[in-house]
Design a protein around this ligand. Structure first.
Ligand code: GDP
Ligand code: IMO
Ligand code: MG
Length: 421
């Protein structure tokens, strides 16, 4: 029986999921997003062009692919319509390749405003949300108030929209926050018209039928495991299950139908927004990672915080996802470092641990192991045997510590800059 393979991020997002899905899609007929929404920004580079996707699966560029926005995703019709328009302008036939689960929830204009008002009220304790309305939309989903894609075709849709909007307006009254709904609302209803041109599906039935038919399916995660609502660095997380478990609820696939789990990590670490980051660097090394790695948000343009690879956190997310294959990204960013450090344990209040702790807010002091840098340009390498010895030591140490093989190594943003072992 064919199973659903999964690609997901093992750190705090932006690991390079978009590139990996694009590289893997020739092996798959169906690509499905299972959670998150336009807080995601997945970048792809090929043929001298760059693209950023927020809601649409990264398989959309491949001819003959089927791309599904699953029930676990939250959709802002304005952003989706913009994405479709940009892709169509580049010659991609989106509408014939994109299916949308009826059970996916809609992000309303007032969800965005509630997100912004809530963040503004938090001052220094803010999450650093992308302000796309993600938290309030998932709150309405679990609070059983949400509007779903399947509701759009109901004659009562506008009435239900207005009822939810009024509820939000009352909630917004509790904040000292100025807003103007009218302009965004007009765009939103225009976006709904674009959404109506897509094929709405009973996602769980369609995905299971595809599995039965033997189609190869790849589930594409958004964000990263350390942003998971249950197991991430709470409360500095997103509002969905970014872990592998999210594939089951976000597409309607039973756990026994999951296959390979590809866990993606950067050769170092980044985080955008607030929250704990034990190996964060505030020195020239961190600055160098940011500049060489162009670590600025794909969705918000914010500079990303940078730091050394964290094996304590990586082992944790490998465990939580049942990762079967590792994919190491952006190795080229470390080309010019004399010494590389990797956190192998934490000291929490003076006590050493190799387990990712509950309280990640307090002072955590990483215990580092040092590696000699390879000090050479590896971007042109296409065969593992050609990597310098120092590079292989780094990779093989990660494999030993996690117990999982590194199957793919990425040495540049382009599709071609990829080594499959
Ligand atoms: P995603 O959200 O996980 O899809 O990742 P993003 O697209 O937000 O961020 C990853 C960034 O790194 C993008 O700008 C990619 O083009 C870029 N990138 C991906 N792989 C590599 C790589 O191996 N080397 C370098 N230098 N850049 C890469
Ligand atoms: P991709 O899919 C990196 C972060 C935000 C913030 C927190 C909550 O591109 O890897 P939210 O908007 O969800 O309320 O924000 O999560 N965040 C991401 N960081 N990559 C992402 O997606 C992210 N999506 C959300 O910066 O700290
Ligand atoms: Mg991103």
């Amino acid at each position: 029986m064919k199973k659903v393979d999964v690609v997901l991020g093992l750190q705090w997002g932006d690991e390079g999921k978009g590139k990996v899905v694009d590289v893997l899609t020739p092996n798959y007929q169906v690509i499905a997003r299972f959670q998150g929404g336009p807080n995601a920004g997945h970048s792809l580079h090929f043929g001298g062009q760059s693209y950023v996707l927020h809601t649409i699966p990264s398989g959309i560029f491949r001819d003959g692919s089927i791309n599904i926005i699953g029930n676990g995703v939250v959709i802002d019709p304005v952003i989706l319509a913009q994405e479709i328009a940009q892709l169509e302008a580049s010659g991609v036939d989106v509408k014939s390749k994109l299916l949308v689960a009826k059970k996916a929830h809609l992000i309303l204009p007032t969800h965005r405003m509630l997100d912004a008002a809530s963040e503004a009220s938090k001052g220094k304790t803010k999450i650093g949300s992308t302000l796309k309305g993600i938290g309030p939309t998932y709150m309405d989903k679990t609070g059983r108030n949400g509007l779903r894609v399947g509701d759009i075709i109901s004659p009562a849709f506008e009435e239900r929209y207005n009822r939810l909007k009024e509820k939000h307006v009352k909630m917004l009254g509790q904040y000292d926050y100025e807003y103007d709904i009218a302009a965004y609302e007009k765009e939103w209803f225009a976006g709904i018209e674009v959404l109506k041109q897509l094929k709405f599906i009973e996602g769980e039935h369609v995905v299971n039928r595809y599995i039965d038919e033997g189609k190869a399916i790849l589930a594409e995660g958004a964000q990263g495991s350390l942003l998971d609502i249950d197991f991430g660095t709470y409360p500095f997380v997103t509002s969905s299950n970014t872990l592998c478990a999210g594939v089951c609820t976000g597409l309607g696939v039973a756990p026994s139908r999951l296959g390979s789990v590809y866990g993606i990590f950067k050769a170092y670490c980044t985080r955008v927004g607030s929250g704990p980051f034990p190996t964060e660097l505030f020195d020239a090394d961190g600055e160098k990672m940011r500049e060489v790695g162009r670590e600025y948000g794909s969705t918000t343009g914010r500079p990303r915080r940078c730091g050394w690879l964290d094996i304590v956190a990586l082992r944790y997310t490998v465990m939580m996802n049942g990762v079967s294959e590792l994919i190491m990204m952006k190795a080229d960013v470390l080309n010019d470092f004399d010494t590389l450090k990797v956190a192998v344990a934490y000291k929490v209040n003076g006590v050493e641990t190799t387990e990712f702790p509950y309280e990640t807010n307090e002072e955590i002091v990483p215990v580092y192991k040092e590696f000699k840098g390879w000090k050479q340009d590896i971007n042109g390498i296409r065969d593992y045997k050609d990597f310098p010895a120092e590079f292989k030591q780094y990779v093989e140490f990660i494999e030993k510590e996690t117990g999982v093989p590194v199957k793919i190594i990425s040495v540049g943003p382009d599709r071609e800059e990829t080594i499959i072992r």
